[in-house]
Design a protein around this ligand. Sequence first.
Ligand SMILES: CC(C)(COP(=O)(O)OP(=O)(O)OC[C@H]1O[C@@H](n2cnc3c(N)ncnc32)[C@H](O)[C@@H]1OP(=O)(O)O)[C@@H](O)C(=O)NCCC(=O)NCCS
Length: 210
Amino acid sequence: MFSHQIDENLSLELPQMHHAEELTAVVLENLERLKIWMPWAVHDYSVESARFFIQRNLRGLSESGSFGLLIRYDGKLAGTIGFHDLDTVNRSAHIGYWIAKDFEGRGIMTCCCRVLIDYLFESMELNRVQINCNVENTRSRAIPERLGFKLEGVLRQVEFINGEFGDWAVYGLLKSEPPAVAGGLTPPTNAADSTTQLQPPATAGGSDKL
Ligand SMILES: CC(C)(COP(=O)(O)OP(=O)(O)OC[C@H]1O[C@@H](n2cnc3c(N)ncnc32)[C@H](O)[C@@H]1OP(=O)(O)O)[C@@H](O)C(=O)NCCC(=O)NCCS
């Protein structure tokens, strides 16, 4: 089982099939706030939906090397973070995330983003990381802004969610622009410490493709 300890409270874990019930419970508890922004957070979200996500995630890891991770705080499932749209030719990827209400507002996601960005630039040798946020999602936009991403533009009516077309604010960070925490905030953990660097999870079949 892959698990990465960021500090004494915070860890990242590769989701496996036996996590489906636990993940479903947290998604359903947070459905009303998640469904505003996440197209997969639908009213009939179920254990089957969670199993589908976990299966697709494991397949993505073995086929392309991209993956999502569960975020745990004091052992409790707090949310997920991952990367997708991995482009190994142009060496870029997009990061996505959500966190449960009980864990919001503590800097946990900013910290997890820093750990993942470090992994993408250093271990995966990417050159560019992108975060797309609905323009109205101010909490989400604050994360790339806090981490020193540049706002590169707005894609108009790029998603259809909750019966409306939404615009995305597109944020990019280059390897030559190391992530920063603006506004005098420091990470809540020792995430910047190289001893806590995220290592690639082994795939289900045991091969180490990353
Ligand atoms: C978007 C989302 C992940 C942001 O979560 P968050 O907890 O606000 O994000 P952070 O981890 O960066 O925490 C920032 C907050 O912690 C505070 N904080 C405390 N210590 C901190 C630290 N050391 N470093 C950074 N922030 C810290 C910040 O001041 C900020 O609080 P504020 O919002 O009251 O100003 C969350 O709102 C969410 O899951 N929303 C629903 C799903 C969603 O929108 N996903 C993204 C789609 S693009």
